[in-house]
Design a protein around this ligand. Structure first.
Ligand code: ZN
Length: 375
């Protein structure tokens, strides 16, 4: 039978279409799953009662972009350097040491303390450590095994990682375009989510338009640019579209260097944009056109990025940072959608997460009072 618990809260934003907001609401939970959600008066006397008080609760938060394996670099790469200098300092710091399981576990623990219940994490060589830390901390997550450079056709056989994962592309300036196309097709054929860093760096568009500029010089000097790179004469967004990388299962991360045509490309593709405003500010790459993306109907998600470019994995802080970039008419529902139902949909985890409805996991977060006061 299992223990039945009834949770009471002053307000519940369920993020479901049927009853999006319930004042004086209740959630009935059995064995970690939601049995029912509704007005508290319907649940009086059901199971063990836990009263959370006059708070607003929402579905457990989803961090749509992190790099937990960089957790040991917290505070080691200074802010405000610009992308190339930030990357140089990052590479230097990475050469000095690797993450430890304890530091990754600590980062996961801090994320959970601020309401996160799921992390979509980009991993490289520490994939096993990250998965172990997630498991040990009882945090759910999807790993994006990141690829860059060039892999010859049939040689691509991604390591089998424990738990749910899919391959991703670092960025179009660091990955051979045919390889990027191949990885996206691989994900699409298995109905898996796909991700890449896109339109983050000033100079990215100039690189793809003409092959020139400071960023192009930086990439060539560091041998990051694929050997046979030829500028397609498109913006970063235009290039991603031409390669067939943008659709409903694609999470394009950053989306800063975009004009109105690029916003239209995103909107018509159905791809989701994962904004990381604190990372963008830390590195100094500019601000994403969040209001324009939202107005065009692009599903927005939020990610903290790594502790090498963000002060914390606290998604509420990420939300506070993106708020001034959104339309003044944006509501609390719009804000919370970026942390719940939107990432759940693109990651394909909406059977378990993204809304508070019967059958889903009993994971919720309490909205901080300053944000709960938003209409
Ligand atoms: Zn990143």
């Amino acid at each position: 039978m299992g223990i039945v618990e009834a949770i009471r809260a002053g307000r519940i934003l369920t993020m479901s279409s049927e009853q999006p907001e319930i004042v004086d609401g209740g959630i009935v939970v059995r064995e970690g799953r939601i049995q029912a959600v509704g007005p508290w008066k319907e649940f009086a006397g059901v199971g063990t009662c836990r009263d959370l008080g006059p708070v607003t609760i929402v579905p457990g938060l989803i961090n749509a972009h992190a790099h937990l394996e960089l957790s040991h670099l917290a505070g080691l790469v200074p802010a405000g350097l610009g992308f190339s200098a930030w990357a140089e300092r990052l590479f230097a710091a990475m050469r000095l040491g690797r993450a430890s399981g304890a530091l990754v576990a600590q980062a996961v623990d801090e994320a959970r303390a601020t309401g996160t219940c799921f992390i979509a994490d980009v991993v490289g060589r520490e994939a096993g450590m990250v998965r172990q830390a997630l498991d040990e901390q009882a945090m759910d997550g999807h790993l994006f095994r990141e690829f860059s450079g060039r892999v010859k056709g049939n040689d691509f056989c991604p390591d089998s990682l424990p738990g749910s994962w899919s391959p991703g592309v670092h960025a179009l300036y660091s990955t051979d375009s045919a390889f990027a196309r191949f990885i996206k097709a691989w994900c699409a054929s298995r109905d898996l989510p796909f991700t890449l860093h896109l339109a983050e760096v000033p100079g990215e568009n100039e690189l793809f338009q003409s092959g020139c500029g400071d960023f192009a010089d930086f990439l060539r000097a560091r041998r990051i640019l694929p050997k046979d790179f030829a500028p397609p004469g498109l913006s970063a967004l235009g290039f991603a579209r031409e390669l067939g990388l943008l659709d409903e299962r694609t999470l394009a991360v950053h989306c800063v260097q975009m004009d109105n045509r690029d916003v239209e490309i995103m909107a018509s593709s159905g791809a989701s944009a994962c904004l990381c405003p604190r990372s963008n500010s830390w590195i100094g790459v500019g601000e994403a056109p969040a209001a324009a993306l939202q107005a065009a109907g692009v599903p927005l998600c939020l990610g903290t990025d790594s502790l090498a470019s963000s002060p914390s994995l606290d998604l509420w802080e990420e939300l506070r940072a993106v708020r001034p970039l959104l339309s003044q008419n944006a509501t609390l529902y719009d804000f919370v959608a970026m942390l719940t139902c939107n990432p759940a949909r693109v990651l394909g985890i909406d059977a378990d997460y993204g809304s508070l409805e019967a059958g889903k996991r009993a994971a919720w977060a309490t909205v901080p009072s300053d944000l709960a006061a938003c209409v």
